[in-house]
Design a protein. Structure first.
Length: 364
């Protein structure tokens, strides 16, 4: 930061610097008052460092900058008191009124103490502090922008893979999809655009830290909200989701309008809505289940595509016994138990499945 002195010896920042600050305010969305206040704080620190001894009145100072001309003034400040015990920080009422008759107790009196060489000493330090504060302000602005998108979908552009992480550009930042947040066996192509679920946004000294996921159940929920107008409008509600990313998801939905079929709304005309979601998730199967407040009905539906004969629930243990036809048993349980496992997560009930013949054998 360079400057010059007026004929009265007052240091001025040059017009180029003032113009540059205003450009920063305009381009970065930083508050002009905050930026100038930051510079003034920096100049106070510089002044105290170079001019103020432990007993000096310069320890109690303020610095002002004219927002248009760039004129800098340094003032030593004293509080108006009835009786002075510390003449470094206090001034008597009678003496204050000699300066200005309207002064009263507890008012602050400013004494200009701007030194002739103040600008040369303070400018470099001020520039460094201002640069740091500008970076902090920019980081906070970016953090705020992404914090508003937390638990929502953002679009990322694949940049590269390194040590198991997939790095993506998400607009103003670059972040990484960690190994656990990647859909198993999914291939990521350079410059490919993918949907990501924004799990968490942290504000760190190095800036906003963004945690994104392709495996989070919230990604499925948000994709349905994007694809299904009835969900976005609140006519159809997603009650619960269970997911094993890359393989299968179950989503339970209910309609708040008797004229709207919640499952049909999610599937869409000729299956286009759900197919768009399946395509985004690279072929992940999705079972759309009709939610019911009746646990027997809900549990039976959750085991789709299997057909259920009966459901008996125990409210105390939150467990259910399910009977299916013998030829439906493997379908109800699913490959490696996946179907029943997802149904249990979806309904939040423990589910024990038996075939009709197994149940009859136990009764004998």
């Amino acid at each position: 930061m360079k400057g010059k002195y007026s004929k009265e010896g007052v240091f001025k920042m040059n017009q180029e610097f003032i113009g540059a600050l205003k450009e920063i305010v305009k381009d970065k969305g930083i508050s002009e008052d905050l930026l100038f206040a930051t510079i003034e704080d920096a100049l106070v620190a510089a002044y105290k460092k170079n001019y103020a001894g432990p007993t000096s009145s310069a320890q109690n100072v303020k610095v002002t900058i004219d927002r248009e001309t760039g004129e800098i003034h340094v003032y030593s400040q004293k509080i108006v008191v009835e009786e002075v015990f510390d003449d470094v920080t206090e001034i008597g009422l009678e003496e204050a009124r000699e300066i200005k008759p309207t002064y009263d107790l507890d008012d602050v009196v400013d004494f200009e103490v701007t030194p002739k060489n103040f600008g040369r000493v303070a400018a470099q330090l001020a520039k460094g502090v201002v640069t740091q504060r500008i970076r902090e302000a920019e980081r906070n602005i970016i953090y705020g922008e992404y914090k508003e998108k937390e638990y929502d979908i953002i679009t990322g552009t694949v940049l590269r893979e390194d040590k198991g992480n997939v790095f993506v550009n998400i607009g103003k930042l670059e972040t990484a999809i960690g190994p656990k947040e990647q859909i198993p066996r999914e291939k990521y192509k350079f410059n490919e655009k993918i949907k990501l679920y924004l799990v968490e946004v942290k504000n760190t000294p190095k800036g906003a830290q963004i945690i994104v996921s392709r495996t989070h159940p919230g990604l499925v929920k948000r994709l349905f909200e994007l694809e299904v107008p009835e969900i976005y409008e609140g006519i159809v509600e997603i009650k619960s989701i269970s997911r094993e990313a890359g393989s299968r998801s179950k989503i339970a939905v209910v309609s708040h309008d008797e004229n709207v079929d919640p499952m049909g709304a999610c599937v869409g005309p000729k299956g286009t809505r759900v197919q768009n979601i399946v395509n985004e998730l690279k072929g992940e199967k999705i079972d759309i289940i009709k939610w019911s407040k009746n646990p027997e009905e809900f549990i039976a539906s959750s085991l789709s595509p299997a057909k259920v004969l009966s459901v008996t629930v125990d409210e105390d243990t939150k467990s259910a016994k399910v009977i299916v036809d013998d030829n439906q048993l493997s379908l109800a349980i699913g490959k490696e138990g996946q179907n029943v496992r997802l149904a249990a997560k979806l309904t939040n009930w423990k589910i024990d499945i038996k075939s009709k013949s197994q149940a009859e054998a136990l009764e004998e």
